[in-house]
Design a protein around this ligand. Structure first.
Ligand SMILES: Nc1ncnc2c1ncn2[C@@H]1O[C@H](COP(=O)(O)OP(=O)(O)OP(=O)(O)O)[C@@H](O)[C@H]1O
Ligand SMILES: Cc1ncc(CO)c(N)n1
Length: 267
């Protein structure tokens, strides 16, 4: 059965290296059979070694891009990534209020190499304005820690922080386990109705640039295609896992994934 061509509006920053940010998002949505449109929040100068420049896009232009997409093409789901500062977070919250499409909020704070992608004083804006608007929130362990004030170093901590994030108003939380030590990586989908764990072997690799962006946009693609939340997360988890295992090994630092793996053999 062919899948619906779900439309995803991505509100995120550009990664010149193509491994993370909106480049990862567009590739992911496309590889999963969806339609990707974008509102660019910032242009970063970035490769596998790190971020050496950030050029924020003016707020009115961020909003105008989103409006241009929503008012003409439409969106079946939204996905937010790098927002940069509190003013952009506020404006994005206003945009989310103009559509009933579900929003996947990836609370991006720091790039793999350690460069900050969100101002310190914007964390409370994410907590107060975006979490209550999230159909799905996808924090990694340090992000969950920053948003809740709780330590997130173990599986138990992941559950505790997830509960706290649900209390802050997210309709669902996917607690990612990439930064939690262990032989396996456990991502936990938590909703007020219960929990589902996704556990896989930890791949010994430095090529994990953009795993979070990829997972979140894959979730948005599934929701846009009309999948129920758990099925959308299951599809996204399987997609990012294989993309990590097939990473091409580009660059001398944290290399990108193979976003195109489902397309191999089709040409
Ligand atoms: N070494 C690994 N082996 C297998 N899966 C991994 C590994 N690292 C991360 N993942 C998976 O990748 C996804 C993203 O998890 P992670 O906690 O690394 O997010 P992130 O830090 O937000 O990523 P990024 O900042 O690079 O975008 C999760 O589904 C996680 O299970
Ligand atoms: C632009 C951008 N967004 C998100 C991330 C998080 O991986 C990144 N490294 N760069």
């Amino acid at each position: 059965m062919s899948k619906a061509l779900g439309r995803v509006l991505i509100i995120a920053g550009s990664d010149s290296g193509g491994g993370a940010g909106l480049q990862a998002d567009i590739k992911t949505v496309t590889a999963l059979g969806g339609y990707a449109a974008t509102a660019v929040t910032a242009i970063t100068v970035q490769n596998t070694l790190g971020v050496t420049g950030v050029h924020p896009i003016p707020l009115d232009i961020v909003e105008a891009q989103a409006r241009a997409v929503l008012d003409d093409i439409g969106a079946d789901a939204l996905k937010t990534g790098m927002l940069g500062d509190a003013a952009t977070v506020e404006r994005v919250a206003q945009i989310l209020d103009t559509t009933s499409a579900p929003a996947v909020i990836d609370p991006v704070m720091v790039a793999k190499g350690g460069a900050p992608l969100l101002a310190e004083d914007a964390i409370s804006a994410v907590r107060d304005l975006l979490i209550p608007r999230a159909a799905l929130l996808t924090p990694n362990a340090p992000e969950a820690q920053a948003l809740t004030g709780l330590a997130v170093e173990t599986l138990d901590d992941q559950f505790r922080a997830g509960e706290a994030l649900l209390k802050l108003g997210a309709r669902a939380v996917l607690m990612k386990g990439g930064h939690v030590a262990g032989e396996t990586v456990v991502d936990i989908l938590m909703t007020p109705d219960g929990e589902t764990s996704f556990e896989g072997e930890r791949v010994e690799t430095r090529h994990t640039h953009g795993t979070g962006c990829t997972l979140a946009s894959a979730c948005a693609a599934g929701l846009a295609q009309g999948l129920p939340l758990e099925a959308a997360v299951a599809q996204a988890w399987a997609y990012v896992g294989e993309a990590i295992r097939q990473a091409p090994g580009f660059g001398a630092g944290h290399g990108p994934l193979d976003h195109a793996w489902p397309l191999r053999g089709l040409a």
